[in-house]
Design a protein around this ligand. Structure first.
Ligand SMILES: O=C(O)[C@H]1NCC[C@@H]1O
Length: 323
């Protein structure tokens, strides 16, 4: 495992989607070179050799407990425009909807794809597979983004989640404190990790429980907003409604016959941000009857940063988290 070099200088673009941060680390950011032919190999290489840079960029004092980032790499899928490696307080996730929404805009604005009006398509290779993002673009400004998930199935989707109604934990989405919802969700994740063996049709790298989503239990189709909170990685709280999480909720609602193809549901996260989602088609994925879900939302820019390290800064050079 490497340690961060004192000559490090990494420049990032800061964004958020529904309140959930996204630190975009582009290919020319100053992040050290990454070995590997495929996206999953690169993800493994970073995990094994460059994890100190994740800590540098996600942890305090440059980030915080609930920070989220994406590193852009060259994709290995022919159809992909960009490759994305997601990172958070514990490691590297397989799919991230809020990041895809922000990244869609980023790719259009940075000229990483050929722009078309009224929508520009951006194909993003994520660890879980190819995600198609459609970015509204009027010739000058990019805005709302919708994306089509990889197939979502019950047990599970691009990322594996447990879905639990707040009521069954003795809690309430409107009146309970975020801290109480966070602790209860983390306890569900911890106990399931001990008892549940997950399998993914494509790769063992993708088969792990990413988190627990506590919901208001409003799963039957209606135009009413449904609230949820996603607690993932090391008890990290998603501020947004969670793009991969609402994909999982829609997949569950569809498989339980509570919604039909093209019925749009509106999801709200703990910061009040809204995503809309619907099943666009049913597909077969390995042995799983699956669905492609379309999720839409808005990502925004909040600024840019350049991070450096001083040689004798042991605390800031390693980064730290306070629980
Ligand atoms: O929107 C999402 O899918 C993500 N947000 C943070 C946790 C998930 O990766």
């Amino acid at each position: 495992m490497e340690t961060v070099s004192a000559s490090t200088k990494i420049s990032t673009t800061e964004m958020h989607t529904g309140g959930e941060p996204l630190r975009v680390i582009d290919k020319d950011s100053g992040f050290p070179p990454i070995k590997g032919n495929t996206l999953l190999e690169k993800r493994r290489y970073i995990k094994e050799h460059l994890d100190c840079y994740r800590k540098l960029l996600m942890f305090e004092p440059r980030g915080h407990y609930d920070m989220y980032g994406v590193l852009l790499v060259s994709p290995d899928m022919n159809d992909a425009d960009i490759g994305a490696i997601f990172m958070h307080n514990e490691g590297y996730s397989t799919m991230c909807g809020h990041a895809v929404i922000a990244l869609g805009r980023y790719a259009v604005d940075k000229g990483l794809v050929k722009k078309t009006c009224p929508e520009t398509k951006v194909n993003i290779q994520c660890p879980c597979g190819l995600v198609e993002a459609y970015v509204s673009f009027d010739g000058t400004k990019s805005s709302a983004v919708r994306f089509h998930s990889v197939p979502g199935f019950l047990f599970a989707s691009g990322a594996f989640y447990a879905l639990v109604p707040a009521k069954s934990l003795g809690l309430d989405m409107k009146t309970s404190k975020v801290k109480d919802l966070q602790e209860a969700a983390a306890a569900v994740t911890a106990s399931l990790k001990k008892s549940l063996k997950l399998e993914h049709p494509d790769s063992a790298d993708l088969a792990f429980l990413y988190g627990t989503i506590v919901t208001d239990g409003k799963d039957l189709y209606s135009e009413e907003i449904t609230d949820n909170i996603c607690v993932f990685a090391d008890e990290e709280v998603d501020r947004s409604p969670c793009g991969s999480g609402v994909t999982a909720r829609i997949a569950q609602q569809y498989h339980r016959n509570l919604i039909q193809v093209n019925q749009t549901r509106t999801f709200r996260g703990p910061a009040g941000g809204i995503f809309q989602a619907k099943v666009v088609k049913q597909v077969q994925y390995g042995q799983h009857k699956s669905v492609i879900v379309e999720v839409s939302g808005n990502g925004y820019y909040t600024g840019t940063s350049t991070f450096t390290v001083e040689e004798d800064d042991k605390i800031g050079g390693a980064g730290f988290l306070l629980k």
